[in-house]
Design a protein around this ligand. Sequence first.
Ligand code: ADP
Ligand code: MG
Ligand code: MG
Length: 204
Amino acid sequence: MELQVEDTIQWLEKSNEKIQQNKDYLTALDQAIGDSDHGINMSRGFQEVVNQVKSKQYDTVSDVLKDTAMTLMSKVGGASGPLFGTAFLRFSMRVKGIDPISQDAFTKGMEDALAGIIQRGKAATGEKTMVDVWSPVVDYFKGTTIVQADEVAQTAKKAMEQTKEITATKGRASYFKEKSIGHIDPGAASSFYIFEALSEVIKG
Ligand code: ADP
Ligand code: MG
Ligand code: MG
């Protein structure tokens, strides 16, 4: 795989499409174990990301990711805004000066993005957060020589579904304790859409 500026913009556009299509679903997930705003937060943030990256000219993938980060941080709000913002910012910093992004550079960017989420949110895996999707996806990239688009989406999907079984111990969902069992984590679901979008871009 290889990502150029146009691929990266396409990744963000496809992510946004999925988030807009599933806005009510994401909000319903957050209604069960949160405060019912995740779909609203993400749809507002990603729409703004797309508006911005489509209206500007970019020379590097790093610059696209940096603008994405800044927009997510300022527009998504809640717990997830700073976390997704940090992820894209760290990704952007790691791939600075590399264009197009090779599989190796992408993997390093993903590693740093996950490290940023963990640093900021202090959640480990198994706490029913977006980390439970990002972490296996990063492991997939680290453990494979040739990335298969379908495997990216499958890895993220399986991980998202597994969050159902977990008792939340971070974020608002942790207030629900064992009652959070049986529900998919909203941030795990939105992360899945982002990786499903990526898999479609890799597929071409
Ligand atoms: P808020 O909970 O402030 O309303 P959102 O509803 O937009 O924010 O986002 C909730 C999502 O954020 C959760 O489903 C979870 O995936 C993620 N999240 C919350 N706290 C943390 C954390 N400490 N570390 C990682 N992810 C977290
Ligand atoms: Mg919420
Ligand atoms: Mg909220």
